[in-house]
Every structure is written in structure tokens, then in C-alpha cells.
Design a protein around this ligand. Sequence first.
Ligand code: NAG
Length: 319
Amino acid sequence: MGACDFETCGFLLLLNTQREREREIDMASFLWSLCLSFLFLVSGARSAQPKKPVDVQFSKNYVPTWAFDHIKYFNGGAEAQLILDKYTGTGFQSKGSYLFGHFSMHIKMVAGDSAGVVTAFYLSSQNSEHDEIDFEFLGNRTGQPYILQTNVFTGGKGNREQRIYLWFDPTKAYHTYSVLWNMYQIAFFVDDVPIRVFKNSKDIGVKFPFDQPMKIYSSLWNADDLATRGGLEKTDWSKAPFVASYKGFHIDGCEASVNAKFCETQGKRWWDQKAFQDLDAAQYKRLKWVRQKYTIYNYCTDRVRFPNTPVECKRDHDI
Ligand SMILES: *[C@@H]1O[C@H](CO)[C@@H](O)[C@H](O)[C@H]1NC(C)=O
């Protein structure tokens, strides 16, 4: 610092120390971010993000369930469209039954005016006291948001509805909807974001699906008696046909015969491992984000229907 009067000197001195401090702060935050990315890498290695599915053709894992002529195939069966018109909807199901695994589908929802129309993607066992894991997409008038409803049935008992808005328009592009199911939890994902978890709470008296193989189903049908604004909005058939598009068709599960009571390779598959037995901290953070920003309805907080909070709710971080 050359010659300068007291004020400028003081100012320059101040500036210098300020710069140094900034440099120190820069250094500290650099080290900090280095540290964070290291932590991220380490935890990333143990992260509970389900294994990426490999897209296959429809016919590898699925068959139509009803109204075969209302399913159209593209690109050699790599893509399929379900069509709903005033005569019928349609649906398909997995060839195999599964006990645990990761079940995902890329779906593009019915675009435009889809009020009254429901698209479902779910797992279900076939018996009377059945288990079921549901994604249900409730259509809406053009420009109005879809609602995603999820539910879990165990031993024939459901009544565990949750409803959220999505943070994107599900009619514009394919998004991935998946279920991770193992002995410890059922986690619902939208793309990579966990939107719901149902933990195995057998120890506190809540049934958990574990011994009834499930098939995977999807369908598109008219439910204008209840789907949109509680049935107020009717399906506008002048907008038919309604089309939902599918890709992916991968199934990563333990295949079991319909009457099997256990999976032959129980405990040995990737979804059985430690990293998938619970969501990790980052995933819980995202789940919380969904809860706070997008929840419309949660049975866990419905005091009218359930004066006593269902016991699993606490464990599922739902209350
Ligand atoms: C449809 O849009 C209306 C208006 O924004 C909204 O109140 C409703 O929750 C939406 N979804 C359904 C399924 O009714």
C-alpha cells in the first residue's frame, strides 16, 4: 500500500481485510462443498434409489386383460396405447405373479379434457383377503390438474387413501411411476421422488403384504360417477377417444406361482438389501417436500373418518 492519507488508507485496509475475509469464506465454502460432494458420493453409493429399469416390449411381461382391440402397439411393442371410448375402456396385466421387487412403468396420461377418466397402475393379489398397492390418476378438465391417488390394501382392508397434485403436467411427457416392495416397506415413487412410504408395522399390529403374490395391472376406464370433483364433472364423450400411452414394461420381481407363500430367493435380491429397507435422509427430505407442497388428502390426518389415528401413520412419517 503506497502513500495515502488516513481515510483512504483506512478504507483500503478495510477493503483488503474484507477481500481476505471473502477469500477465506470462499476457501471455507469451497472446502465445505468438497466435503458435501464427498459425503454425497459416499452416501450415493449406499443410496436407496431403485435400480434403473431396462425397457422391454409389452409382450415380454404383459397381456391384455379385456377389450383387446382397444390396445394399440407401436415400435414393435415397445410402446402401447390404451383407448377409452363410449363403448369400453381397456386394461392389461402381468403374465407372472410376484412376491417383492421393483415395479415401474412410464406413462403419459390422457391429454386435454380427461374429466371422469381414471388411469390406474397397481399391484394386486387374486384372493378374497387381497393385498393391493395402487396408483390412480384422476383426470380433469383441460388445463386443470390431475390428482394422483394412492392406496394400500392389506388382508382385504384398504381405506388408506392419499391424494396429491403432481409438480408437472403428466400429459405432456412420459414419467415413471414405480413401487418398491420388500419385507420392510412399500415405497411409491414418481420419477425419482418418493411420494409415499408404507412401512412394515407388523410389530404394532398392522398387516403387511408378504405371503400373497401379486400381479401388476393397468387400466383406463370411465369413472365419472366419482373421479372428478367427486363425480360433478362428467366425461365429455365428444372428446373421445381418450388415450393413455405406456412404455417400459420392465418387471424386476421375485416371480412366484399364484399360490406361493414365499419367494424362493427371499433376502438375496437387490431390493432386500440394507439400502432399500428404508428411505435415506435425502429421500425423506423429498417426501417431506411432497407432503408439504402437494398433499390434498391424507387418511392419516382425517379425524372425521378416523378419530383414532391409524397406527402405521406415525411410523410412515405421515403425521
Ligand atoms: C380438477 O380441477 C379442479 C379445479 O382446479 C380441482 O378443484 C380438482 O381437485 C381437480 N381434480 C379432480 C380430480 O377433481
